[in-house]
Design a protein around this ligand. Structure first.
Ligand SMILES: NC(=O)c1ccc[n+]([C@@H]2O[C@H](COP(=O)([O-])OP(=O)(O)OC[C@H]3O[C@@H](n4cnc5c(N)ncnc54)[C@H](OP(=O)(O)O)[C@@H]3O)[C@@H](O)[C@H]2O)c1
Length: 289
């Protein structure tokens, strides 16, 4: 029988790395998408140290760059003729960022990485996914959205060009976009053998040494927060469940919490007109029109 292939972005750290370990342990060929070659290689070495039979391979990808996403998709397509699971785990949440940053393609970095890049990568890998007997796509949002029930996508100024930049606002906007994109894509693919779900990631321990520039106060806050957080390994269990469970064979377009339960998203995200507006804007960026 063909080995199942899973591609996980941002798998050199945190939940993505824990998920790579879990999928490899369960017999998947795991492709990890990382923007930094040495960090990616280090992750592979770590994973192989725990499991010398892990079948794992690095693909370089910077999710903030359309050019890099296209190159990675091309490399992947040249090597493989199907893909069973695609997990859009990587995200930009650089808590030390105070000012807006633009990508080489001149798009605000959080929106580009956490939303536009995800849509572009899916589109470029869709034909490989359709070659699987039953492929699954996972997008990743945040439980923090529960605290912003009235949040909307700013269709006029999604990039903070005309308003004060806030990393948190940019991040939650991009994560709301992931929830809405999931519903939109699930609907679009409903006649295909590809299902799509979104994971509502709860508070998960982060490695604070990844953010050397944050203040002592922020470090203190994060140390408190980590006492109420689950481990990346625990959260990765949900990625694995949603990507593989037979219970979900006939299910698409759902939003899952860390207990593998289906949860509801905001009223705004459930409105198909709002989703269509977001995706019309998204494709304006992706097609340059
Ligand atoms: N931890 C939480 O409490 C929490 C809560 C809600 C949602 N989430 C979501 O859960 C997912 C995983 O979070 P985590 O806590 O595991 O984060 P993490 O430990 O900070 O890991 C993030 C991963 O994404 C990668 N990444 C960031 N920007 C990238 C880019 N432009 N191109 C490619 N890779 C990039 C990072 O690579 P580098 O090492 O190169 O930076 C790293 O591998 C994210 O989608 C996050 O938004 C997490």
């Amino acid at each position: 029988m063909d080995k199942k292939i899973c591609f996980i972005t941002g798998a050199n750290a945190g939940i993505g790395k824990a998920a790579a370990i879990k999928f490899a342990k369960n017999g998947f060929k795991v492709l990890i998408g990382c923007r930094n070659k040495s960090k990616g290689q280090q992750a592979i070495d770590d994973i192989k140290e725990q499991n010398k039979n892990a079948d794992i391979e690095l693909f370089l990808i910077d999710m903030s760059s359309f050019h890099s996403i296209k190159k990675c998709a091309e490399n992947l397509r040249n090597k493989y003729n199907k893909l069973d699971v695609l997990i859009h785990n990587a995200a930009d949440f650089d808590i030390s960022r105070k000012k807006v940053v633009f990508t080489p393609e001149n798009i605000e970095q959080v929106f580009a990485t956490n939303h536009l890049g995800v849509v572009l990568l899916t589109d470029l890998l869709l034909d490989l996914l359709k070659k699987s007997s039953h492929a699954r796509i996972l997008t990743v949002a945040s439980q923090g959205l529960v605290l912003h029930p009235n949040l909307k996508i700013d269709l006029i100024d999604p990039e903070f060009k005309h308003k004060k930049f806030s990393l948190r606002k940019a991040y939650y906007q991009s994560k709301l976009a992931q929830v809405m994109y999931t519903y939109w894509l699930a609907d679009k693919l409903k006649q295909e053998n590809v299902t799509v779900h979104c994971i509502r990631v709860t508070n998960v321990k982060i490695d604070i040494s990844r953010y050397p520039n944050i203040s002592g106060f922020m470090k203190f806050l994060y140390s408190i927060k980590s006492k109420f957080s689950i481990s990346p390994q625990q959260m990765a269990e949900t990625y694995f469940y949603v990507a593989t469970s037979n219970d979900l064979i006939n299910t698409t377009g759902k939003y899952f919490n860390e207990k593998n339960q289906i949860v509801k998203s905001s009223k705004y995200s459930l409105n198909s007109n709002n989703r269509n507006e977001l995706m019309a804007l998204t494709y304006k960026y992706l097609t340059g029109k």
